[in-house]
Design a protein around this ligand. Sequence first.
Ligand code: PLP
Length: 387
Amino acid sequence: MYQLKRAWAEIDLDAVEHNYREVRRLTGDKVKIMAVVKANAYGHGSSQVSRLLESCGADFFGVSNLMEGISLRRAGVEKPVLILGYTPLDSVRRLYEFDLIQTLLDRDYARLLAEAAAREGFTLNTHIKLDTGMNRIGFRDEGDGELISEVSRLCYHPNLKVSGIFTHFAAADEETPQAEAFTRAQHGRFMEVCRVLEENAYSLDIHCCNSAATVFYPEFHHSMVRPGIILYGCSPTGKPLKEISLKPAMKLMSAVELVKTVKKGEKISYGCTFEAPRDMRVASVPIGYADGYPRSLSNRGFAFARDKILPIVGRICMDQLMLDASEANVKPGDPVAFFGGDSPIEIETVAELTNTINYEIMCGVSRRVQRVYLRGGQICEVEDYTL
Ligand SMILES: *Cc1c(COP(=O)(O)O)cnc(C)c1O
């Protein structure tokens, strides 16, 4: 458990547990929770987060691809794992070996997957994805009245055990009347198909709620919800939510490497884009865009050290950046926070300044950044992906 103290992300497992319990409060005990842990649990570390959530009672896990699914199994996760996206057909044996549930993306994919499973001589566990308006993946209503019978037929295919059906909302996080109407229309299309399957007494997991829908549309929970971002303590809208109490779990940190005085008129960093307007104290910090801290925050972002907000001066480099530390008595080794935790900088502020969303900032924290796990405020594990 060696902590390098160069650039690291503190992951507060107590916060993740708190957020999980908040989701559980919204769903009640009868609805299953599929914890979405794709993209390395949105940058938080899928092994640690999944093991924690499994011990808290999470019923299911959602990942984006086969390798993420295998990685959960290697971490010891035993609960069902659904691959929400595409798996190449030449990898079907691995789905079977690692007991992963594959999403059926459309009719052609379902047919080819079934053929591949038949050739290998096994039955694959699957969930059917319906495209109800997102136009990404899923079975679509082609207007030929075939959708329902097609989906029903799949439910007794010898090589595809269908154990669930789901759809995904395009705008559940938006509060406009148009977005709400769109979400309700998507749900209506989804229900048309689910109703027929239920009448035929197929016992399926029915799920459509991402974080936003889990919070805003409790009547759409059905048998399972699929929250991602709220488990990590952030809002899917980027704005505070009154329905649920969330604790952001990630704090991005680094430490001052050196402090110097830069004279009035001197330039700082690549391109000489910053000229010192006065003599200033400048702190160099070993974190850069290769760590996932966006380069577009050059001369715009800020960090927090010694109880002061310090502006970033000059271009952000691959591995380092410079802070105007004139107002703070920082010394080499002092911790610097870039967002999250008890710092006054929210990840949403960083996202806004870079014209993106909190999701992208947390997923973007690179594998060079050590993940330092906290329980009761104490370090309990350090993950270094580069070793
Ligand atoms: C990523 C994803 C989710 C979780 O979305 P959040 O907005 O993070 O809750 C749910 N379902 C599917 C299909 C996804 O791809």
